[in-house]
Design a protein around this ligand. Structure first.
Ligand code: G6P
Length: 585
């Protein structure tokens, strides 16, 4: 996690860096800091708390300069303090460093740096001290930085800044992308950090080491000089802005009508290729973390039913347990919004070691997952900034549905079905629906526990609904397969216990009978599905759309989660303790 932004050019760096940090804040918001090359030394300002605390600090308003680095932190090593905030400095103040990742051998490195005083508890601080040590031995800044980076074990994205304005940027495992403007350069954890200034980007590979000075020079620490192409991104700058919405989460929920149309703009041959790979594989494993994993539950049900074969869905962090079952006849489909989730990447590497074919469903082009897969299907939903995933989830589901149709040789029909489901998405994200759901949020806002239930595809929705409500409102929500209720959890149902029931034409009879069972024990039953039933105290109508049901049914739950967060005074865009990209294991 953590977000990095660096700038070298003619603009006022503090402003560029602060704008960048605001767009990276989803990656962590424990503390932030900035270092700008001044005359004669580097000036550093840090603040605990959200990026606004840094922007509003007295020190920040006095900063001037055209080159600098900045960081927003999600604490790993060391508590949330000003001392632990990045940038970290060499003891002579000549070098400042920002870092995202984990330096696994930092204790050994630190032990060999006894003559230096460390001011923080972070692993990062060894880097400026190592560079300083190298420079004291007579190396140039760039050579000392190269040697320092080569000694780091673990995952990192690092930018080091020298007081003469030279910067180096290096990565292994953690994301880092360069932006190339007119006479100016950017380095950042994610493209939205500099997208308002340039759309020309260079994706760095693992072990790449870039020197940004009068120009840009890139080498690879393992293979030597390399050429990296400059690509032009298609996202427009506005897609990373909140616009008229109060929060990114609401904006991203509301734009699903449009994002789904971009998801549908797929090269049909890529969908058909995935369907063929699913068909030809002996077994298929879908792997992902968090919300993306819930899309995999739907994918598993769809593919196994249609392709009539063993399809598993596995959480990335548990992949190790099934790795021995993977071989060259396995297709591993890795699903991720960011393409940078450490556990998912690790699963992919295990799969590749076992010679499995790895295909990705991913949102961020150029991400590590994209580059490490045989090929990728892009969700194309633009930058997702809200920590709780919304539009990326429905886009992942849409790709699962298209692939399912392609498996039956009916891709065109799949596109038509999805396209018509988009009209329902429009209604479900309308202001009137949001207001209607506010009433339900008012009823639920003081509850301590909520249960969500469903079967088959609707179970995936129950899981994702539970996660959404939990992560932004902090209400405890437990998702269950509807039939499992009576094997324990029904003991918790008493007068007024909220129970949200998802159902579709495929399982209406059984699921509604479960709704009656909890209702009979006093539950406050919320029904989500195509038609009203007397078991419901509150009904959310979602039209029946077969395979598209999960896409439509989750939308009112995203809205409900958002309303609950707001009514409970929580920030839905920055839920406590969470970060959008979990780049540590
Ligand atoms: C974090 C985020 C979730 C996301 C998960 C997987 O936990 O808070 O919203 O679903 O990571 O992220 P990915 O980028 O791999 O989809």
């Amino acid at each position: 996690m953590c977000g990095i932004i660096a700038y070298s050019g003619r603009k006022e760096a503090p402003e560029v860096l602060l704008n960048g940090l605001r767009r990276l804040e989803y990656r962590g918001y424990d503390s932030s800091g900035i270092a700008v090359v001044g005359n004669p030394s580097i000036k550093v300002v840090k603040a605990v708390g959200k990026v606004d605390a840094l922007g509003n600090s007295q020190g920040f308003s006095g900063l001037r300069g055209n080159t600098g680095i900045a960081h927003t932190r999600w604490a790993t090593h060391g508590g949330v303090t000003q001392e632990n905030a990045h940038p970290h400095m060499s003891s002579d103040g000549a070098v400042a460093v920002v870092h995202n990742g984990i330096i696994e051998n930092f204790r050994e490195l630190k032990a060999a740096l006894k003559e230096y005083v460390f001011y923080s508890e972070t692993d990062t601080e060894v880097i400026p001290k190592l560079i300083e040590q190298g420079m004291r031995e007579g190396k140039t800044f760039v050579d000392a930085a190269r040697d320092a980076v080569a000694r780091i074990e673990g995952r990192y994205a690092v930018v080091a800044l020298h007081k003469d304005g030279t910067m180096v940027a290096a990565r292994n495992g953690s994301p880092l992308v360069l932006g190339v403007g007119d006479g100016e350069y950017f380095a950042a954890s994610d493209i939205p950090a500099f997208m308002q200034y340039t759309k020309r980007v260079v994706y760095l590979g693992d072990y790449d080491f870039a020197v940004i000075g009068k120009g840009l020079h890139i080498e690879n620490l393992q293979t030597g000089p390399v050429t990296r192409d400059v690509s032009t991104i298609e996202w427009d700058a506005q897609s990373a802005e909140k616009g008229v919405f109060e929060h990114y989460m609401l904006k991203e929920i509301a734009e699903q009508y449009e994002t789904l149309s971009r998801t549908l703009e797929q090269d049909p041959s890529v969908i058909t290729r995935l369907a063929t790979d699913v068909r030809n594989a002996e077994s298929v494993v879908l792997v992902a973390a968090g919300t993306a994993y819930h899309a995999c539950i739907s994918g598993r049900l769809l593919f196994s039913r249609i392709a009539d074969k063993n399809v598993a869905s596995v959480r990335s962090s548990e992949f190790e347990n099934v790795a021995h079952l993977i071989d060259a006849d396995t297709l591993v489909l890795a699903v991720s919004q960011s393409g940078e989730t450490a556990d998912t990447l690790e699963a992919v590497r295990m799969a590749k070691d076992a010679e499995a074919k790895v295909v990705a469903i991913v949102n961020v082009a150029g991400s590590t997952l994209h580059r490490e897969s045989s090929y990728a299907l892009f969700t194309n939903c633009g930058p997702e900034i809200g920590v709780a995933s919304t539009k990326a989830y429905t886009a992942q589901l849409a790709l699962m549905v298209l692939t399912a149709y392609a498996l039956e040789g009916k891709l065109d029909e799949g596109r038509r079905v999805l396209d018509s489901a988009r009209n329902d998405v429009y209604n479900l994200t309308a202001v009137s629906t949001r207001e209607h759901l506010k009433e339900l949020a008012e009823t639920l806002k003081s509850m301590e526990h909520v249960f969500t239930i469903g079967r088959q595809l609707e179970y995936a929705t129950a899981k994702e609904a539970a996660l959404k409500i939990k992560e932004v409102s902090y209400i405890h929500v437990e998702a269950l397969q509807a039939g499992e209720l009576k094997h324990g959890t029904i003991a918790l149902i008493e007068k007024g216990t909220p129970c949200i029931v998802f159902f579709s034409a495929a399982n209406k009879r059984e699921t509604l009978s479960n709704a009656h069972e909890v209702r009979a024990r006093g539950a406050y039953v919320v029904g989500v599905g195509p038609e009203k039933d007397e078991a419901f105290d509150y009904f959310i109508k979602v039209p029946e759309t077969g395979l598209c049901n999960p896409i439509l049914q989750i939308i009112p739950m995203q809205v409900l989660a958002y309303q609950l967060a707001v009514l409970r005074g929580k920030d839905p865009d920055r839920p406590r303790n969470l970060a959008k990209s979990v780049t540590v294991k």
